[in-house]
Design a protein around this ligand. Structure first.
Ligand SMILES: Cc1cc2nc3c(=O)[nH]c(=O)nc-3n(C[C@H](O)[C@H](O)[C@H](O)COP(=O)(O)OP(=O)(O)OC[C@H]3O[C@@H](n4cnc5c(N)ncnc54)[C@H](O)[C@@H]3O)c2cc1C
Length: 317
């Protein structure tokens, strides 16, 4: 049996989700006594191929065709690779690119597709866990088929450790150019896109407890003292105090920093969905019953207007 996972890259770099797919893929391969194959389409496939040789990966397939993601190329390449490998499960990142081509591949292969998986298990059939009703409920879907395509939500699985001894093999793809109807003309960051909070090691995150825009200065001072990046809960973004690309959560970004400092954030499920993967969570909140304390490693029950400037001073700001 075979599990095939397709990596993702952007602007010359493999995205973290590629290494998470290697981790998730290995778990699924172990549960089904399968080989784990990874594939990467387009870009610097030699470098990507080497980087995808991780613990638990059996083989890596590189498709050297074009530079950036292209819908039609990915559909054809993944369909042809799946045709050759005949995988039982095809794993794709639940990202803008993954969602762009995975349904088309599933349709061409005649396979069911389950999207936005946050967990998987195999007990006879594949069971895929998804979140519903604004992340308030988890539901498990039993896939009534031997084979399936599954898109995996980023930051839900650990990255497979580096190392391993997989072979990297170029896959000789045959792209029908007349069927390549989409063209990538460039890459444009959204306004304020200078910062990608999902890449930050330390996030100082601010919520409605900050009360008004001018008060954000004390948050920025702390972030500067810690060499950290500022992020926020949705009300702060909805108020227009910070741009949308700083929003953490279900309708914002999923972040996995080493340290996440939640300041004046209650810890609503939609917020927690975006930051629960942080290594260390520190919460500052006046309400000792705030849900954020349920997932915090360290908690300070106090007024942020007292605590934040004191912390900034402590860190030499
Ligand atoms: C479909 C949907 C999608 C959503 N997506 C997101 C999302 O992506 N991200 C997101 O964040 N939210 C999202 N939300 C909103 C979410 O439900 C919450 O409303 C939001 O997370 C609350 O933000 P908050 O914690 O900053 O504010 P509040 O819930 O108002 O909490 C403010 C906290 O600050 C504390 N506080 C007040 N004053 C002080 C002080 N002086 N010092 C210390 N603490 C203080 C309070 O005790 C309180 O706990 C979504 C909602 C829906 C319905």
């Amino acid at each position: 049996m075979t599990v095939l996972a397709v990596a993702e890259h952007r602007r010359g770099e493999l995205r973290d989700v590629s290494h998470e797919l290697a981790g998730a893929g290995r778990e699924l391969a172990d549960a089904t006594d399968s080989e784990l194959h990874l594939a990467v389409v387009s870009g610097d496939v030699d470098a990507f191929g080497e980087a995808l040789v991780r613990e638990g990966v059996d083989r890596v397939h590189t498709v050297d065709y074009g530079e950036e993601f292209n819908h039609d190329v990915s559909v054809q390449a993944v369909e042809q690779l799946a045709g050759e490998l005949d995988p039982d499960y095809l794993l794709v990142p639940h990202t803008v690119n993954g969602l762009d081509y995975a349904p088309a591949v599933a349709e061409r292969l005649g396979l069911p597709i389950v999207t936005d998986a946050v967990d998987m298990a195999v007990d006879g059939n594949l069971a895929v866990t998804r979140e519903m009703y604004g992340s308030k409920v988890e539901t498990t879907i039993e896939v009534d088929a031997d084979r399936a395509v599954v898109t995996l939500r980023p930051a839900e699985w650990p990255q497979a450790p580096t190392g391993g001894d997989a072979t990297v093999e170029p896959f000789d793809v045959s792209i029908d150019e007349s069927a390549v109807r989409s063209t990538v003309t460039g890459f444009e960051e959204v306004a304020g896109g200078d910062v990608d909070i999902s890449e930050a090691d330390v996030l100082v995150s601010v919520g409605r407890g900050i009360e008004e825009e001018d008060n954000l200065d004390i948050i920025r001072d702390l972030a500067e003292a810690l060499d950290a990046t500022v992020s926020a809960s949705r009300p702060v973004v909805d108020s227009g105090w910070l741009p949308k690309n700083r929003q953490v959560g279900q309708s914002g970004k999923v972040v996995t920093p080493d340290v996440y400092i939640a300041i004046g954030i209650s810890g609503a499920v939609q917020h927690v969905a975006g930051m629960k993967g942080a290594d260390t969570i520190i919460a500052i909140n006046t309400d000792p019953n705030a849900p954020i304390f349920d997932i915090a490693d360290y908690g300070i029950v106090d007024d942020l207007f007292e605590v934040v400037p004191a912390l900034t001073e402590q860190f030499g700001g």
